[in-house]
Write a protein that binds this ligand. Structure first.
Ligand SMILES: Nc1ncnc2c1ncn2[C@@H]1O[C@H](COP(=O)(O)O)[C@@H](O)[C@H]1OP(=O)(O)O
Ligand SMILES: [Mg+2]
Ligand SMILES: [Mg+2]
Ligand SMILES: [Mg+2]
Length: 347
């Protein structure tokens, strides 16, 4: 756990640095039209490097989002050089004297090409979840999980722009990062090991405050619930969520936030429901849910597909899901699955 937390802390620091100085040239659009920045690659390198260094005798098996294909082309070279410089600024602080070459950076990125599966130990990484939020100066998270024989047994979620205290409806909005980042009470690190509960501590300056155990809210009625969803309606249907919320009698407006920070907020009772209904053609990846899944379960919540089936991380890089994802405290979760059968039935 210590090296996983250290890895996420270091990667989060790199991301914060880049978000501060983000410029258009540092962003390219991938084939699926999703953006990727130097920070996505850099954070993946920093996490893989930290974990491999903590256990040098075993070759790391990691299921991670980014690969080096674009960076190995001539057009990708300036970006590779920028990533290498960024990574070395973090490496220098963690291991004085150590310097990575661009070729080593490419090879470390490709440590993330594991297929995962039902046996053995595999790390699961989304170096930046919510890249659209990251470039839009909103919320994002660095998400690291670990699979042991197909079960998520560890999760760490670094949320650099998330307030440690109450979260307002505007804290996920465009530009909120300028307002929030740098404040001493902003930045959360959620973590959990299977069977050990879920915990949160400040992302930076750890040691200033003891970790606090978190629990999902004890809410059983929709009227008391605050539901959370994507900022981007192309990632998750706002209208299905609104129909489900209506069915449950939810009165508060949705809290819109990018990335797995929503799982973190659910685990600490700040939001009570998280629902995600992507387009039918979209295949969910395990790195988009692994860390948040174990944290919410260990905080007493349930995370399933729309049919109420617990997420299964043992099937490789993707999740096989019925329609979407519903995460909530048990009593509300049961009502939401019943409502989904009515409002968003299986096609
Ligand atoms: N077309 C898409 N449909 C659904 N989800 C997407 C799509 N493109 C990217 N994503 C992923 O949705 C997640 C963000 O969800 P949210 O909308 O809740 O922030 C991210 O994992 C993001 O990937 P990425 O990790 O590259 O940012
Ligand atoms: Mg991406
Ligand atoms: Mg993601
Ligand atoms: Mg990502």
């Amino acid at each position: 756990m210590a090296s996983a937390k250290e890895a996420v802390r270091l990667a989060s620091r790199l991301c914060q640095e880049v978000q501060r100085q983000l410029s258009a040239e540092e962003r390219v659009d991938k084939k699926d039209d999703s953006p990727v920045t130097v920070a996505d690659y850099g954070a993946q390198v920093v996490v893989a490097w930290t974990l491999q260094r903590a256990d040098p005798s075993t070759r790391l098996s990691m299921v991670a989002e980014e690969d080096s294909t674009e960076l190995r082309t001539p057009a990708g070279r300036p970006m590779l050089d920028r990533i290498t410089a960024l990574v070395n600024s973090v490496v220098a602080a963690a291991a004085p004297g150590e310097v990575l070459s661009p070729e080593q950076v490419l090879d470390i990125i490709d440590l993330g090409a594991s297929q995962g599966g039902p046996s053995g130990r595999h790390w699961v990484l989304d170096p930046i979840d919510g890249t659209r939020g990251f470039v839009g100066m909103r919320q994002y998270s660095v998400c690291l999980g670990m699979l042991q024989d197909g079960e998520v047994v560890l999760g760490v979620l670094g949320c650099p722009n998330l307030p440690q205290g109450p979260v307002g409806d505007d804290d996920g909005a465009t530009g909120s990062a300028q307002r929030l980042s740098g404040d001493a009470d902003v930045g959360c690190l959620f973590f959990s090991e299977r069977g050990q509960g879920a915990w949160v501590e400040p992302l930076q300056n750890a040691g200033d405050a003891a970790p606090a155990q978190v629990r999902v809210a004890e809410v059983t009625e929709g009227a008391e619930a605050r539901f959370m969803e994507s900022v981007e309606s192309r990632h998750s249907s706002h209208s299905i969520n609104a129909a489900l919320a209506r069915e449950l009698g939810v009165v508060r407006p949705p809290l819109r936030m990018d990335s797995q920070v929503k799982y973190g907020l659910l685990s600490r009772g700040c939001g009570t429901i998280f629902m995600r209904f992507p387009p039918a053609t979209y295949k969910e990846k395990i790195w988009d849910h692994a860390a948040g899944f174990v944290i919410v379960e260990e905080a007493g919540g349930r995370v399933t597909d729309a049919a109420g089936v617990r997420l299964d991380f043992s099937k490789g890089r993707f999740l096989a899901l019925d329609r979407g994802i519903i995460a909530a405290p048990p009593a509300l979760h049961e009502k939401l699955v019943a409502a989904a059968a009515k409002v968003a039935p299986k096609a």
